[in-house]
Design a protein around this ligand. Structure first.
Ligand code: PLP
Length: 228
């Protein structure tokens, strides 16, 4: 009986417009729950830990698109390079270089998003506007042949102040549009996606221009552990 998972997907899907991709964030959730989501028709799953993603990829159907949404250590890129579909969390040039290297080894082209620091909070990973310019203007990056930068990702501040969250989402959309125009001839910057919005704020994110929402607890239930 699919029951609850199916209902959750129906409820959430009804709130997401067709142009917006739903990434089902399945971190910490057991395989049978992911299988239920798969049976419902979900094909895009987000994980934030390399080992967990590798384990789930090995067991679940091969037509699932796996998105890495969490902070990624350079020395672990090699484990996901053979199959990862999109990395949301590129937060350094060093990491992008490693993805290029490992994707090339696997004869693949891996899509990436640049994670931008939009939150006021100190704790969030992410690039500044200067960092983005450095990466996109780099001759080395322009010559990459095994990665595409298809957009940006951001996480808003964890606060009850709705206006602040909205402003942060809006700033990411605005920045995306600017970079889209500024780097229109860039060989590997092929801007398609603004990844923003989670269970608590995805409707606002969509209103502010999100094209990809990352939703976990509203689909799979609350995670019963401390971190993230
Ligand atoms: C866990 C996580 C999400 C999903 O959070 P929910 O509040 O459960 O929807 C989205 N994005 C990132 C980067 C995450 O780590």
């Amino acid at each position: 009986m699919m029951g609850e998972i199916q209902e959750n997907f129906e409820t959430i899907s009804a709130l997401i417009p067709a142009h917006c991709v739903l990434v089902a964030v399945s971190k910490t959730k057991p395989i049978p729950l992911l299988q239920k989501a798969y049976d419902y028709g979900q094909r895009v799953f987000g994980e934030n830990k390399v080992q967990e993603m590798v384990d789930k990829h090995e067991i679940l159907p091969k037509d699932i698109q796996w998105h890495m949404i969490g902070h990624l250590q350079t020395n672990k890129v090699k484990y996901i390079a053979p199959f990862v579909s999109l990395i949301h969390s590129i937060d350094s040039l060093k990491l992008l270089k490693e993805v290029q290297k490992q994707a090339a080894k696997n004869d693949r082209v891996v899509d990436c998003l640049l994670q931008v620091r939009i939150a006021q909070e100190e704790t969030k990973f992410g690039l500044t506007i200067d960092d983005l310019n450095t990466i996109l203007a780099s001759e080395e990056v322009r010559a990459f042949n095994a990665v595409n930068i298809i957009g940006v990702m951001g996480m808003a501040t964890n606060t009850d102040d709705e206006q602040q969250v909205r402003d942060e989402f809006n700033s990411l959309s605005t920045l995306f549009q600017q970079f889209k125009e500024q780097y229109i001839d860039h060989p590997i910057f092929k801007p398609k996606h603004v990844s923003m919005g989670m269970s608590g704020d995805f409707q606002m994110a969509i209103e502010e221009g999100s094209t990809m929402v990352r939703i976990g607890s509203s689909l799979f239930g609350a995670r019963n552990y401390g971190s993230l």
